[in-house]
Design a protein around this ligand. Structure first.
Ligand SMILES: Cc1cc2nc3c(=O)[nH]c(=O)nc-3n(C[C@H](O)[C@H](O)[C@H](O)COP(=O)(O)OP(=O)(O)OC[C@H]3O[C@@H](n4cnc5c(N)ncnc54)[C@H](O)[C@@H]3O)c2cc1C
Length: 345
């Protein structure tokens, strides 16, 4: 009898990256999602690949590796565009920055009130999260991965005592050599079907999209009032805190306020038009740190991480190696979901 595939549940940026890295290593892998690729948190993401304001939590050390692995992926995955634009940051939120310069006006010439002191982070960049997810999945398919979308997984199943060796899709069952749970905010519920606890406190945020003339924002701009970046087609993205908006009208009002702020902050931005304002849920564990690794029940490998765009590159690479070779990768050692892991942790 042939060995069943590794099944990855979740076609967000994390599941797509894990699937790509498994397939690139020659594994038999199947990717399953309840919806379309990138339709969960990934779709709402700002797409910033970067350090945290303080370089500490969450996942401080892992973020730098995330950047390096995105550089690699941009070289090896067709159609994966990573824009190393750098980020211009200032304000109390970034007060811990070590070096400051007075070059904001040069870096972002359309700012109406460039700050006297700011920090430019040349190593930061961004990608379009949905397009990146699709590119990773296409590359995985080119390496032999199979995909099933629009198919919710109802539970993890075990046909031999205590070992998870398959998934249930309604009335259908698929066998798996390993089940990877990369289901974002759906991960807790799936783990619970195997008796595993994965405490999560997923948090909401609003993503505002504006249509604007291209070339207004050069890179990533972030301060105490707003964050903004502009995609290649001119679309401006502005993530906002969720302030308990409870109707479409209130959400659109939040979007209108962001549009006005954008118009005041950049020259040439007054004609920007609101395209959408939507709530996204960031999959986060109880302490905000990633959880990646075998989960305590044999056969189940968990991958939940924030900030997931920044980290998906390194986690995909490390998770694939751990699953296929059964050796533990050092960079994930701090982030295990369970005390029981691979032998050398
Ligand atoms: C407004 C906002 C801005 C953000 N900005 C950034 C940023 O700038 N940089 C950064 O690094 N991160 C950012 N994040 C966080 C980042 O978007 C997430 O960490 C990342 O997208 C999580 O990816 P994921 O693959 O784990 O989850 P998801 O993208 O949510 O994917 C999980 C997938 O699992 C599927 N699924 C769930 N349950 C089941 C089931 N039972 N059966 C089958 N499929 C299932 C879902 O359909 C979904 O497609 C932001 C998030 C938000 C909301």
């Amino acid at each position: 009898m042939s060995t069943p595939p590794v099944i990855v549940i979740g076609a967000g940026i994390l599941g797509a990256s894990i699937t790509y890295h498994l397939a690139a290593r020659g594994a038999d892998v199947a990717l399953v999602d309840a919806g379309l690729p990138g339709a969960g948190a990934t779709r709402h993401s700002f797409g910033w690949i970067g350090r945290s304001p303080s370089d500490l939590s969450p996942a401080g050390e892992l973020r730098a590796l995330g950047r390096l692995h995105w550089e690699r992926l941009a070289r090896e995955v067709p159609g994966l565009d990573v824009h190393w634009s750098g980020a211009l940051v200032w304000g109390d939120h970034f007060a811990s920055v070590a070096t400051r310069d007075g070059q904001a006006a040069m870096r972002e010439p359309h700012l109406t009130a460039p700050p006297a002191l700011s920090e430019f982070r040349p190593d930061d960049g961004w990608l379009n999260p949905t397009r990146a997810t699709e590119a990773l999945i296409s590359a995985a398919q080119a390496n032999g991965a199979s995909v099933r979308f629009g198919t919710p997984v109802t539970r993890l199943v075990s046909s031999r005592g205590g070992v998870i060796d398959g998934i249930e899709l309604g009335s259908e069952k698929l066998n798996a050599s390993t089940v990877v749970v990369a289901a974002g905010i759906g991960s807790s519920a799936l783990c619970a079907t195997a008796g595993l606890e994965l405490p999560m406190v997923s948090s909401p945020a609003i993503m505002v999209r504006l249509r604007a003339p291209s070339g207004i924002v050069r890179g990533i701009v972030a301060n105490d009032l707003f964050e903004a970046r502009q995609d290649v087609d001119g679309t401006v993205l502005m993530p906002l805190d969720y302030n308990k908006e409870s109707s479409t009208e209130e959400l659109m009002q939040a979007g209108e306020d962001a549009r006005r702020l954008f118009g005041e902050s950049f020259t040439g931005a007054q004609e920007a038009a609101l395209l959408s304002a939507e709530i996204g849920w960031r999959p986060m564990t109880a302490d905000g740190e990633p959880r990646v690794g075998y989960a305590g029940t044999p056969g189940v490998y968990v991958a939940v991480a924030h900030p997931g765009i920044t980290l998906a590159s390194v986690i995909g690479d490390a998770a694939a190696e751990e699953i296929l070779t059964r050796t533990a990768r050092d960079e994930l050692a701090r982030y295990r979901p369970s005390a029981e892991h691979l032998d050398n942790t």
